[in-house]
Design a protein. Structure first.
Length: 235
């Protein structure tokens, strides 16, 4: 069985093509989905890609969270389907209340682009099972509205329940509370993060590593983990 992973394109999506390519490199079949549709076309997992949906007007991800297809995304998430939100997709997930908290303008009020070190905090989700807790990975980061915020009670809950998927290491690039770079839901099928794993899946095109320039492929594990989760669920 070939795993089919849908990538939803919204007006202003920029990294949907990159996400589809990452899925193909990982060994799954990418399926292009449209924000105005109500049809998930029988996919096994979903990716909400990076970009600037609807120009980031109102709040980043807020309008996209109300797109027609998000009704199906919420239903799919509730049924246990793996859902990954990358950057703008993470913003959509919090705006759709599939993950807690919110994302605001970076603390320095500037767009940032860098290869970012992350520490894996939860390796039991559909998108992180190929990692180990405490493992440090490098994933490209590019955002203007990446400052994670939440209430004190929400922070206590997500810390206590192990819902932080990734933390920034070395530098907190956008002022995120508690160095939070990514979250998971309680079930572990929905994950959102600000860095872009789809940009670190092929040697020669990823972040620099001690071994060679542009050789980082830590992002590939996100997609192979999801494939394993889908195959395992079907077994």
């Amino acid at each position: 069985m070939t795993t089919r992973i849908g990538v939803i394109t919204f007006p202003g999506s920029l990294d949907d093509g990159d996400a589809r390519r990452a899925i193909r490199v990982a060994g799954a079949e990418p399926v292009a989905l449209w924000h105005g549709s109500h049809d998930l076309e029988g996919v096994d997992a979903l990716v909400l890609p990076g970009g600037f949906s609807y120009g980031d007007y109102l709040r980043a991800g807020a309008i996209a969270a109300l797109a027609p297809i998000m009704t199906e995304v919420k239903d799919a998430a509730a049924s246990g389907m793996p859902v990954l939100g990358i950057c703008n997709g993470f913003q959509m997930l919090v705006e759709a209340h599939l993950l807690p908290g919110g994302l605001i303008r970076n603390a320095h009020q500037q767009f940032i682009r860098r290869d970012q070190r992350l520490r894996v905090e939860n390796a039991s989700t559909a998108w992180t099972s190929g990692f180990e807790v405490g493992q440090e990975i490098t994933i490209p980061l590019k955002n203007a509205d990446g400052g994670y915020i939440c209430s004190a009670s929400d922070l206590e809950r997500i810390e206590g329940e192990g819902l932080i998927a990734f933390r920034y290491v070395g530098v907190n690039p956008n002022g995120s509370l508690a160095d939070i770079a990514g979250l998971t839901n309680e079930r572990g099928n929905v994950v959102g993060l600000m860095p872009h794993p789809e940009h670190a899946v092929e040697p020669g095109f990823g972040p620099n590593t001690p071994d060679a320039m542009r050789s980082g492929v830590d992002g590939l594990t996100f997609f192979t983990s999801a494939i394993a989760a889908v195959v395992g669920a079907a077994a």
